[in-house]
Design a protein around this ligand. Structure first.
Ligand code: PGA
Length: 257
């Protein structure tokens, strides 16, 4: 981590936890990270059905936690069965929305174009997107990571204003590292994070590049978190599996200090 950017450690709970289980997880995490207030931003991203309960715990216990949704639809309202609008998330006091996670791209047909619509919808709704990008193992082995991720970033982040660009959070998550226990070296992850920042800079200018936060995601654990967080262009992590246990998530958050 470098510069004035506040580190962010976000837990992507995926399709785990009922709302009751999620409320308990938030309380358990809170007990373990009390001393980090102000130094590390901590964000929990439950499934839609768990947002209300998590939001209530955060409010009643006055936790210094951010709340994130795992997806959003880009329309304000309408006949879109199963979809959730930015206004609905904002009402539950969501701060962040994960957009374009590789699982959404793989199983739900997300493209750079729909990612872009969701990024704009998130900002219009008064929240900040955590935009995910990352290459497959095939592309990684072919040495095409940079070209592929650059296109994801250019297309997914098109058409923002400079203020929005500065408020961006981009998560670099190599698909082959998600849930596998494999990770790129911290140096390699930082190279891609730097390239992402440079791409934001080319689109929106150096101040936006310096201000936007780039996270690493993919098999982040307490044992490897420090290595990633000491890299200058990595501003935190998007954590999946290790975010479902209060102790491991808290240890990762502590490593970001
Ligand atoms: P993982 O997932 O930490 O379980 O690898 C990360 C993610 O998908 O965001």
């Amino acid at each position: 981590m470098a510069g004035n950017r506040t580190p962010l450690v976000a837990g992507n709970w995926k399709m785990y936890t009922t709302s009751g289980e999620g409320a308990i997880l938030v309380q358990d995490i809170a007990e373990l990270v009390e001393d980090l207030a102000g130094e590390v931003e901590i964000c929990v991203c439950p499934p839609f059905t768990g947002l209300k309960a998590a939001s209530t715990v955060i409010e009643l216990d006055r936790l210094d936690f951010k709340l994130g949704a795992q997806d959003v639809f880009w329309e304000e309202e309408g006949a879109f069965t199963g979809a959730v609008s930015p206004r609905m998330l904002k009402e539950l006091r969501c701060d962040y929305v994960i957009v374009g996670h590789s699982e959404r791209r793989e199983y739900f047909g997300e493209t750079n174009e729909t990612v872009n619509k969701k990024v704009h919808a998130t900002f219009r709704g008064g929240m900040q997107p955590i935009v995910c990008c990352g290459e497959s193992l095939e592309l990684y082995e072919a040495g095409e990571t940079d070209a592929f991720v650059r296109t994801q970033v250019r297309e997914g982040l098109a058409g923002l204003d400079a203020g929005q660009a500065a408020a961006l959070i981009v998560a670099y998550e190599p698909i082959w590292a998600i849930g596998t226990g494999h990770t790129p070296t911290p140096e390699k992850a930082n190279d891609v994070a730097r390239m992402i920042r440079a791409t934001v800079g080319a689109l929106y200018g150096p101040p936006a590049a310096m201000a936007c936060r780039v996270l690493y995601g993919g098999s982040v654990k307490p044992e490897n978190a420090t290595m990633f967080f000491t890299e200058p262009d990595i501003d935190g992590a998007l954590v999946g599996g290790a975010a479902l246990k209060a102790a491991s998530f808290a240890d990762i958050a502590r490593a970001a200090r």
